[in-house]
Design a protein around this ligand. Structure first.
Ligand code: CDP
Length: 210
């Protein structure tokens, strides 16, 4: 018998993981965890409080994930620094595994979901796009939120984060061998959703809704 539907979505910054994860979660009526928020919260709280990131990771509260500052690029950079620490990753592991293996099934997006958190997930997607396309999207997104940014800076910071996330020893960003590769450089959100859904349906999973 087929087990619960667990969808593991990985990929670099601004590739479209978050939007895709939210849409798939709504379509299949599954709970969704944006695991980047956990690392953002640890990064930001450790910076603000001066406490050890590993210690912050053990004491994370749901309310810590609601801070609007978590969406800034400063939080993204802080996240990618603490995310390289094995102690931080270890302390966030159980919470993510529990979320992934709840009876309903789940959607998780991040960097190591298909490789470390739930390598047994029946659906793994690796969502990527060119650095140029991702920087353009992130730049637009930040501008829409009223933040003053220039594109060359967004691109340089994104390249730096890509490098840090891919080259670190602890759970580096990489596609699981059985992940479906989705390059969204020339796709809008609807096209990416349609491609992912077709893959998931080929695996025999359908939405039970009307
Ligand atoms: O939204 P964006 O893709 O820019 O970033 P995010 O998913 O919120 O992740 C922020 C940072 O957290 C990443 O650059 C990674 O360093 C780290 N992260 C991680 O190491 N593992 C995860 N499962 C999720 C995020």
């Amino acid at each position: 018998m087929k087990g619960p539907l667990v969808i593991a979505i990985d990929g670099p910054s601004a590739a479209g993981k978050g939007t895709l994860a939210r849409r798939l979660a709504a379509h299949f009526r599954l709970p969704h965890l944006d695991t980047g928020l956990l690392y953002r919260a640890v990064g930001l709280l450790a910076e603000k409080s001066g406490r050890r990131p590993g210690e912050v990771a053990t004491a994370l509260q749901p309310s810590d994930l609601a801070d609007p500052d978590l969406r800034t690029d400063q939080a993204g950079q802080a996240a990618s620094k603490v995310a390289a620490l094995p102690e931080v990753r270890d302390n966030l592991l159980n919470f993510q595994k529990k979320f992934a293996y709840q009876a309903s099934g789940a959607v998780l997006d991040g960097r190591d979901i298909g490789t470390v958190i739930c390598p047994g997930a029946p659906v793994k997607l690796f969502v990527t796009a060119s650095l140029e396309a991702r920087a353009e999207r992130r730049h637009r997104e930040l501008r829409e939120r009223g933040l003053d940014t220039i594109k060359p800076r967004v691109l340089a910071e994104m390249a730096e984060r890509d490098r840090r996330d891919s080259e670190r020893a602890a759970a580096p960003l990489q596609a699981a061998p059985d992940a479906f590769l989705l390059d969204t450089s020339d796709m809008d959100a609807d096209a990416a959703f349609a491609a992912a859904l077709a893959f998931i349906e080929r695996k025999g999973f359908r939405s039970s809704g009307p």
